[in-house]
Design a protein. Sequence first.
Length: 168
Amino acid sequence: MVEFDTIMLQFAEQGEKTGWTYIEIPTDIAQQLKPNTRTSFRVKGMLDSLPVSGMALMPMGEGNFIMALKAEVRKGIHKNAGAVLHVCIEEDTEYKVEVPDDLQECFDFEPEALDFFNSLPKSHREYFIKWINEAKTGETRAKRIVNTVNAMLRKWKFNEMLRAMKNG
């Protein structure tokens, strides 16, 4: 476990991250959590007195990482940007991506699609699953599952699938 205090920050104009509330994880702390890593990974632990798991640390260049603090986390700790936050975290090696049953059924018929899906980093698999789970109707969910399986058969990542759907 790595323990430190930090100030909660908020992005101004930063592309897709505009408005995000986050904390910075300096290089030395990131190296203690997962040495020689320059890609996203998951952590668990405590933010003040709030237990968390599966929180993503995202690289920001030069070895530093950030952890985005969603509204539900900020409500749980009763703090916003500018507040001091006590952080106690470690790598979350138990974090698993749960494949919805209806998607798994389709993968059962297309094992090579499942193989490619499982070869993707956890964060990329989560993009697909979150997108499927956010469908508001059964019809939309079914279409998203079909698009996901087809993307896996074509060995497309999430952004490639979205681009193909937009263009075609």
